[in-house]
Design a protein around this ligand. Structure first.
Ligand SMILES: Nc1nc2c(ncn2[C@@H]2O[C@H](COP(=O)(O)OP(=O)(O)OP(=O)(O)O)[C@@H](O)[C@H]2O)c(=O)[nH]1
Ligand SMILES: [Mg+2]
Length: 420
């Protein structure tokens, strides 16, 4: 895993820094300052998502048995956390990494605070609290997750909310930091009527009960926190046998992840996208990359792009494909990205060595007219990104992917022509 990570980072890092340098040295002098700055900004965004990656960090608050471990497994889609263990003290009070071969999430579990039922005699409430603060001092959380069983939103959860208040105050006073809170109402499958347990929950009584319970929990949290708090109802029950899912009652985990994606920093996105096999989540992050890549190629091409600068476009596109392939859980190299482009019918001969090949290309095709407009370049980046989503995330066949590439390229160019 580490090797794969390093290799991927090396690949993309090499590409992006090469491209960045080339843009700054060769293209920037020809562009207006404002555009150079925008290009820099988009390059930084891409680098943040692709290079400075780290696992997302969540502080989790919730009673024993509220479903913390099950939720972690539901996010991974694999059995990484022990469910329903009676005495486990794994990870209480300290950052603990849950991981599989695709990546990891760091969780700071504050289980049992305030409910007089810590899982082990060795940990007292005070010792857990102290450890929580020491852990927070080491690494700040991206989001605070407050878990509550749907059937218990009306029960005695005030003490748990007080713990959340304390942690939030600590973060604010000691670190001047105000992380978002997301409420997660767990085990909604258990709400009445008991014969409706399988998602999707279309039954009107079930929907009303979910909505009512959500309202109660939202109200309780909103009474304590000024920030807008989102409460997401979920069902997280999954049964694994020999690492395989044999029963899946997950509901709304995709919505929860989409909400988390909005709230975690860019450099934790890739890891979360890769861990979860949920396509809508992976696509959201892939689309962030596409927007930046299209931005760069379009901006670089405000002046018609001379053929000598085309490798820049290819380089950005290669980075984009490596990124999207990686999100999908693939091992990606420059070579596999280039193979993908070739299979789309894109000429990538110039991608390997930026300047040298570009120079030889100029020699081969001398004269005027060897230029591509920014609109055309951006349309092809857009289409390559969409094709990469189709192929790597939606697992479409090469033939279908090629069709999608052609359609997206045509549509993008048409819509741009209309706007211009
Ligand atoms: N029906 C249903 N059961 C669930 C769901 N999530 C968890 N459970 C069950 O609830 C019990 C407790 O779940 P865990 O995930 O172990 O809860 P936890 O918060 O990690 O518990 P501790 O680590 O002991 O604090 C287990 O028996 C789970 O199978 C759910 O969405 N629906
Ligand atoms: Mg647990």
């Amino acid at each position: 895993m580490i090797m794969e990570n390093e290799k991927r980072t090396e690949n993309v890092k090499e590409r992006i820094s090469e491209i960045s340098k080339y843009i700054m040295e060769n293209i920037a002098p020809k562009l207006p300052d404002k555009i150079v700055n925008q290009v820099k900004l988009e390059l930084e965004k891409m680098m943040e998502v692709l290079l400075e990656t780290r696992p997302p960090r969540f502080v989790v608050l919730g009673r024993r048995g509220s479903g913390k471990s099950s939720l972690i497994n539901a996010i991974f889609g694999s059995n990484v956390a022990e469910v329903g263990s009676v005495k486990s003290t794994t990870g209480i009070g300290a950052w603990y990494d849950y991981k599989n071969k695709r990546g990891k999430i760091s969780i700071l579990d504050t289980r049992g605070l305030g409910e007089g039922s810590l899982p082990d005699k060795k940990c007292t409430e005070k010792s857990v609290k102290d450890e929580v603060y020491v852990s927070i001092d080491k690494s700040l959380p991206d989001v605070l997750l407050f878990l509550c069983k749907a059937k218990e939103v009306d029960a005695r959860i005030d003490e748990d909310i007080e713990n959340l208040v304390e942690i939030k105050m600590y973060l604010q006073n000691k670190h001047g930091y105000n992380p978002p809170i997301v409420g997660i109402m767990t085990q909604v499958d258990e709400l009445d009527p008991p014969d409706v347990v399988e998602p999707p929950y279309r039954d009107s009584i079930k929907c009303k009960n979910i909505a009512d319970a959500k309202k109660i929990l939202s109200k309780k949290l909103e009474a304590k926190f000024k920030d807008v708090i989102e409460v997401i109802p979920v069902s997280a029950y999954v049964r694994f046998e020999n690492e395989k899912i044999v029963y899946d009652r997950r509901w709304n985990i995709d919505k929860l992840l989409e909400c988390l994606i909005e709230r975690i920093p860019k450099n934790a996105l890739l890891e979360l996208a890769r861990i979860t096999q949920i396509k809508s989540v992976q696509k959201k992050i892939a689309n962030i990359l596409i927007r930046s890549a299209v931005g760069i190629t379009g901006l670089v091409g405000v002046e018609p792009i001379p053929i000598a600068d085309l490798p820049v476009i290819t380089g950005i596109q290669v980075s984009l494909i490596i990124g999207i392939g990686y999100i999908s859980g693939r091992k990606m190299s420059k070579k596999s990205a280039i193979e993908f482009m070739t299979s789309m019918g894109v000429n990538v001969g110039a991608a390997f060595v930026l300047r040298e090949i570009a120079r030889s290309l100029i020699k081969l095709i001398p004269g005027a007219g060897n230029a591509v407009s920014g609109t055309v370049a951006a349309a092809s980046t857009w289409a390559i990104g969409k094709a990469a989503i189709a192929y790597f995330i939606d697992k479409k066949s090469p033939e279908e992917t090629k069709k999608i590439f052609e359609i997206e390229k045509r549509n993008r160019r048409k819509s741009k022509d209309k706007n211009n």
